[in-house]
Design a protein around this ligand. Structure first.
Ligand code: ADP
Length: 240
């Protein structure tokens, strides 16, 4: 629903919520939040709140989906009906099907699937509250849940969206900035390896802006990665 465009960059150069262009929202991360999953994580970027649960590796069911040389990763990204301001239909939307696929592909790059032939690894991403950046928050949470399940990975995956609002490149855009801004670019990387595993762009950027936006994302992702490792240490090293 489009209303009159709000001011996204104020006269003092700050964003509508008081952040500087290069600021992340307040971030919280916790692993091992669900008793019945093999691995789980709850991640919040500002008001965006996402839980991820991992089951597996376990014997593939139905058996015909099994791959002879590696594990099959299945991924379901879902927005809870109460996660948005208008009640969202519980039926899977085209958007949810697309996001499940891009998140799965990003995770496939990280997991050593060849260690577990003929098994499945199921990743459930449930958006509890949506305020922009749910795919990146979901991917960040999913990689933590995989680590919590003890599944060997090349690296964690850290993700954040950068955007352009009122002509300014900004880190970690929220829903208002996504809705009224000029560009939205979610980026997922394996920070230690420096490899990009998810990159999408809605809107328009010049090649120069694109390079600067990617740079801004990498700077933010250093902090996201630090917080991911801290969340894992908190669970696995007592006294940390
Ligand atoms: P992302 O959540 O990864 O930024 P989008 O750019 O598609 O993905 O969505 C931006 C934001 O718009 C979401 O985080 C959410 O706050 C809102 N949104 C998306 N889909 C819906 C929907 N079906 N109903 C209400 N709000 C939605």
């Amino acid at each position: 629903m489009m209303h009159e465009k709000p001011i996204l960059i104020r006269e003092d150069g700050l964003r509508h919520d008081g952040r500087k262009p290069e600021d992340l929202r307040p971030i919280k991360m916790r692993v091992g939040v669900l008793k019945n999953a093999d691995g789980s994580a709850l991640v919040e970027f500002g008001k965006t709140k996402v839980i991820a649960a991992v089951y597996g590796p376990r014997e593939a069911k139905p058996r015909h989906v099994a791959l002879p040389d590696r594990a099959l990763i299945r991924c379901r990204y879902h927005m809870a009906p109460f996660s948005t301001d208008d009640r969202k239909s519980p039926a899977p939307s085209r958007r949810e099907i697309e996001l499940s696929k891009v998140i799965r592909e990003a995770l496939e790059a990280a997991v050593f699937t060849e260690l577990y032939p003929r098994t499945t690894i199921d990743v459930f991403i449930e958006v509890l509250q949506a305020d922009g950046g749910t795919r990146t928050t979901g991917l960040t949470a999913a990689s933590l849940a995989l680590a919590d399940a003890g599944i060997p990975m090349r690296d964690l995956v850290a993700a954040v969206a950068v955007g352009k609002v009122d002509g300014v490149l900004v880190l970690d855009i929220d829903q208002l900035e996504d809705e009224y801004g000029e560009a939205d670019m979610p980026v997922g990387i394996m920070p230690n390896l420096g490899e990009i595993v998810l990159l999408q762009l809605n809107g328009v950027l010049t090649p120069d802006e694109f390079r600067k936006a990617l740079d801004l994302a990498y700077r933010g992702l250093k902090e996201v990665y630090r917080l991911q490792k801290e969340a894992l240490y908190r669970k696995y090293y007592s006294g940390y």
